[in-house]
Ligand binder design. Structure first.
Ligand SMILES: NC(=O)N[C@@H](CC(=O)O)C(=O)O
Ligand SMILES: [Zn+2]
Ligand SMILES: [Zn+2]
Length: 429
């Protein structure tokens, strides 16, 4: 039997809401025991005294770009970036080429994931063919092939009738809809948040209303159809209000926020660094305050990166011409710890919940806990470790980050997937 003892760490149980000092014994890739003073026996030992041990982190919103855009990222480089960022699993969006709107692409992603042999990659299927917003995909077949959710992320489903029908079918099939909320007639041509900064910088704006109208529409449709709805990358105070009110009424809606949206405002665009160009755009201070409040009160269930790599050449153009998106996998945990846990906006347990059990539940994954017999997917966190973000050190092909040079405290120390150490900081540096 292949054994590994994770010894002496402070183990976070996000379900029980507790942190206890304990050892975790892994045998043949599964959790074999959790308790104090477990003998190592003949197996290997990883001493994690002083560190936190969490169930493997899950990032339910990434773009791995394969098939079709391998110059930006591949499943292998994206998996490596995930492992380096402390994630044991990611869910990847279907805006590849071809779009993941059929079983063949879903199967391809799964076999490339196997070949990479690093983290778990759960494919998200498209809502509509080619994500063109017209005809629905074969949702049952996508689920059968391994899709864990449906989304046309990157492109809004402009037609309410199409979205309504999609929710009716998705509910029947048993898959959640992840909505990229953007009203195209309002966002068209925009590059940054519409407000003081867009005027000052002379850049075309995307109003908050472009997001909020679609959040309102999709909440109404989720209530109408009973389909579980997950709102991707929430960025405005108005969206938060709508989601909070819908949850209070029992609408089956959940929501995520990205580290860049709870950390930065549109002031970061002042230097015209295209690393700040992202969709939805960086908003205002009031929006950031509302997002933090929503994280604290549970209105926002999940922290997800929306990791969106682009090549240096694609980003090295005028602000208006650059593609939207920034890389997030390798800065996420440090930003969560530095911006939310250190200032006590979230407790360590609450932060870990939004990175483990909550996304696992939304996607229906048997993950996010330390149940004996479950896959040994584990993230070791060093809450005292500090580092300055250096994009050149990223495992991702993407270098498009607005966080270069930023000092982060609280970083991944090791990432373990099915008992295999896929990242170990003390060996990597
Ligand atoms: N977020 C982004 O700015 N870009 C994403 C698309 C998306 O998540 O909507 C991408 O695929 O590049
Ligand atoms: Zn999106
Ligand atoms: Zn996205």
């Amino acid at each position: 039997m292949n054994k590994l003892l994770i010894k002496g760490g402070r183990v976070i149980d996000p379900l029980a809401g507790k942190i206890i000092t304990a050892d975790i014994l892994i045998a043949d890739g599964k959790i074999a025991a959790v308790g104090s003073g477990i003998p190592a026996g003949e197996g290997a030992v990883m001493d994690v005294t002083g560190k936190l041990v969490a169930p493997g982190l899950i990032d339910m919103h990434v773009h791995l770009r394969e098939p079709g855009f391998e110059a930006k990222e591949t499943i292998e480089t994206g998996s490596r970036a995930a492992a380096r960022g402390g994630f044991t699993a990611v869910a990847c969006m279907p805006n590849t080429n071809p779009v993941a709107d059929n079983e063949a692409v879903i199967s391809y992603i799964r076999s490339r994931t196997q070949e990479a042999g690093l983290v778990k990659v759960h494919p998200i299927g498209a809502i509509t063919r080619g994500s063109r917003g017209e005809e629905l995909t074969e949702m049952a077949a996508l689920k059968e092939a391994g899709a864990v959710a449906l989304s046309d992320d990157g492109r809004p489903v402009a037609s309410a009738a199409v979205m309504r029908r999609a929710m009716q079918y998705a509910r029947m099939v048993g898959l959640p809809i992840i909505s990229h909320c953007e009203e195209p007639s309002l966002s068209k041509g925009g590059a940054v948040h519409e407000g003081y900064m867009s005027t000052l910088l002379g850049l075309p704006g995307i109003p908050a209303a472009a997001e909020e109208i679609m959040v309102a529409r999709d909440i109404i449709l989720a209530e109408d159809t009973g389909c579980p709805l997950h709102i991707a990358h929430v960025s405005t105070a108005g969206s938060v209000r709508l989601i909070r009110e819908a949850k209070a009424r029992g609408v089956p809606v959940t929501a995520e926020v990205t580290p860049h949206h709870f950390t930065l405002t549109d002031r970061a665009v002042a230097g015209y660094d295209t690393g700040t160009k992202v969709n939805p755009p960086l908003r205002t201070e009031e929006d950031v305050a509302a997002l933090k409040e929503a994280l604290a009160d549970g209105t926002i269930d999940v922290i997800a990166t929306d990791h969106a790599p682009h090549t240096v050449e694609e980003k090295d153009v005028e602000y208006q011409l650059a593609p939207f998106g920034l890389v997030g996998l390798e800065t996420a945990l440090g930003l969560v710890w530095t911006e939310l846990v250190e200032p006590s906006i979230l407790s360590p347990v609450e932060a870990i919940r939004k990175l483990t059990v909550n996304p696992a539940r939304i996607l229906g994954l048997p993950a996010g806990t330390f149940q004996v017999g479950a896959d040994a997917d584990i993230t070791v966190i060093d809450p005292e470790l500090e580092e300055v973000v250096d994009p050149a050190a990223f495992a991702s092909k993407g270098r498009n980050t607005p966080f270069a040079g930023r000092r982060l405290k609280g970083l991944p120390a090791a990432t373990i997937v099915r008992g295999k150490v896929v990242y170990n900081r003390s060996l990597a540096e």
